[in-house]
Design a binder for this molecule. Sequence first.
Ligand code: IPE
Ligand code: IPE
Ligand code: MG
Length: 264
Amino acid sequence: MSFENVDYKSLNIPAAPFSDPSIIPSFPKGKVPRHVGLIMDGNGRWAQQRGLVRTDGHQAAEPVVCDVIAGAIEAGVRYLSLYTFSTENWKRSPSEVRFLMGFSRDIIRRRVAQLDGWGVRIRWSGRRPRLWKSVIDELEIAEERTKHNTTIDVVFCINYGGRAEIADAAAEIARQVRDGKIEGDRVTEKMFAQHLYNPDIPDCDLVIRTSGEQRTSNFLAWEAAYAELDFAPELFPDYGRQAFWRSIEHYVNRDRRFGGVKKA
Ligand code: IPE
Ligand code: IPE
Ligand code: MG
């Protein structure tokens, strides 16, 4: 099945983000994670298990991405970072890389109206060099169109690497020191964080990874330094808003101490 010939209207795409309120768990007030990072893993294995090609697994992920965004809105999550393409994913075959680039561009184009209607502010986090210009163009159009939305910020992490982001921040600070704009001995954690890709976005509270793998694969290295981790067993195409709520439920029951001691 070639990518161009897929009839996306036939896919199970949620027309509206809203569930029957009775099925949405009522999370304790103030306990819902403000910023969730999601490592959407397992598309290739999902396809292989069905005798399909890896790219079919990526296609199957599209409605799931929308469903999870809807579930995040319903749960009251304010920032959702989606790990879409890592700085390491360039190691994949040229045909898979080409597919993932074109597919990212097309998903954003295809979904921008729907997400805009849901109040989503679309953003991008990642490195410019090497990323297809058409992907950057599409992201910039979507960012511009949705910049006033305030329901949720959905950050597509494309050509994103945690170490790349930290190195880019360090390089930017070094340039500013060279140009006399900042003093070298003034580098603090707080000012360093102001040079990350999206400095206004708060630290990540919860990182979820699907597919049962238990690693973070260079995702949000700085922002998730103190995040809770949830490893969901489902391959990403089998994940969805209810599984996402289960991950939130796990988070809500965690005891976050940040190095301190819990009050008796
Ligand atoms: C995640 O699924 C999607 C991307 C990394 C783009 P994978 O493609 O990594 O699927 P698996 O892990 O090989 O099953
Ligand atoms: C992480 O998944 C990257 C994305 C989901 C975009 P990978 O499948 O690339 O990570 P590894 O290879 O298992 O560490
Ligand atoms: Mg993987």
